[in-house]
Design a protein around this ligand. Sequence first.
Ligand code: ADP
Ligand code: MG
Ligand code: ZN
Length: 628
Amino acid sequence: MTAKWKVAILAGIAVLCSIGTYVALTWGDGDESRALFEEAGVGLANGSAESLPDEIAYSDFLRLLDQNAVAGLVLKEDRLAIRTHAGGYTSTLLPEGFAPEVAARAGAAGVELAFLPPEDGRFMDLMISLVPALILLGPILYLVGGGFGRGGLLGIGRSPAQLIDPKRNGFSFADVAGVEDAKEELGEVIAFLKDPTRFQSLGGRMPKGLLLLGPPGTGKTLLARAVAGEAKVPFFSISGSEFVEMFVGLGARRVRSLFRAARKQAPCIIFIDEIDAVGRRRNGGGGGGHDEHDQTLNQLLVEIDGFDPSEGVVLIGATNRPDVLDPALLRPGRFDRQVNVGNPDLKGRIEILSVHMRKLKLDEKVQPIDIARGTPGFSGADLANLVNEAALIAARRGADAVDMAAFEAAKDKVLMGAERRSLTMSDEERRLTAYHEAGHALVALNEPDSDPLHKATIMPRGRSLGMVVRLPERDRVSATRAKLEADLAVAMGGRVAEELIFGAARVTTGAAADIEMATHIARNMVCKWGMSDRLGLVAYAEENAPSTGYDKAAMTDSTAALINGEVRAIVDRAHARARTVLTEQAPALDALAQALLDRETLDAEEIWTIVASAGGGDAASRPSSLHS
Ligand code: ADP
Ligand code: MG
Ligand code: ZN
């Protein structure tokens, strides 16, 4: 036997092993849903079977449930297998996070629901089944000289993108709440997709690539799908990580086949979720030429450049890590439109809760606004989760409506699950934050030299519990001493309010950033800008800044002490100034803090109205743009 024959036989055995293992590990054809019931060992139907499609839409499942047609359910990961009373089997793919809702509905309808533990997924099955092949086939193919680049190997070069038909999309803008700005921006994309030719003839600027930016769980994926639903066009969806494969060249091939498939279905949307996985900055040949990632991203750029918007294909990407993206992706003609999707404010949370509560039977005392008030910092996904949990809890208790107690219990559960305890505040913390921010704001209203107030909020964001935003009226290249001193007083306003209302023993670490900023300004006033009468117009070495060229070691101890004393004096003066204002205008401070507790975010106009009616504020610091 020649070496070539041995190779061929070994390769043949390897392929057969793989196919066998794969088939054994995955479902048989057609009867996938029935197999799930067998696996769960529950209520198999015998006799004649109703013939149902392999898969139905989630909404169709709900309809079956409403018609009392469902006899049993088995849930495995996101696959819900359904057995009907008529003996038919089908299944539906659950939208992310819907398992609790299904459990609640099944409970309410008296349908048995079995859970199967998740497996490592079909991809793992494929990988396991590939083991024999990789061991035998891998080296052989390389030896024979073909490499992996030939394509079509076991069919995995095909695009794994999910295609959602417009008839089965099931999502519209009505399902996404609290993101009005984003919806408005996307409205144009919808108009375009509905009728590309007309849109063009009307002279609209055709969209090509649009990037949704925002923290996790804010509804980016949902929005993209809703755009397809609104425009009634096919939706090709793939996650960036699915491009990243172990075989060199496979990612690039997937990109190519995705675009090829999409162009045939135009008008349509290509959605690349978590685009940072494929779009992260290229190495630029640092590692000796192209690696797999660079190649995939290059191919993506080529494809984006290669299609014309008039073909009717719109590319939407989503990410919560825009900072790692390769700048090439953001150039004109690529993802040149960016839409921010942020965590919802109070109003947004009310709307999102209302969207998800539509599906439930609620106790009449349940008001979205009360729940929204108690959930600052929750994302849309957290809120959806909260509503589902509340339904589950109520169902478990056998209640016939979801009441406030269920929502309270659900909130604790969601908080624990999400480990976001730090994000929601206790009532005491909320009150303290409200006074802190009101303190900043009220001092700012009494300092004509400081930047005008833009808004104040006690909505947590990142690591801060609240903030007061001031907008400079113009770009500044230099600042006056008067402005710096005003800024210092404003910075002190937060802590001073805490002291006045809660006492010196109850002040918190919340003022750390304010103190740091104030110290920095004061130190520069003394050491750099010659704004201390006692130290005069001399530049002194700045602490922690060896690069200034002034040798710190050469500074005498007495000079250093003098500097520290001056910095301290400047900050103390600012503190006293803030204290005077807030003591004199205590009613305005109370009114403002209370308004923040009620409304969470206030704009400049609202702040002025509240403060003025409580007799506070200095009219001289009121921007002319605001009406009285
Ligand atoms: P992202 O892609 O931004 O991480 P998703 O779109 O995956 O967020 O959101 C997950 C789920 O959370 C959604 O399916 C939906 O149920 C809920 N959700 C998130 N944001 C919103 C929103 N703005 N309005 C309604 N539901 C939302
Ligand atoms: Mg997402
Ligand atoms: Zn502060």
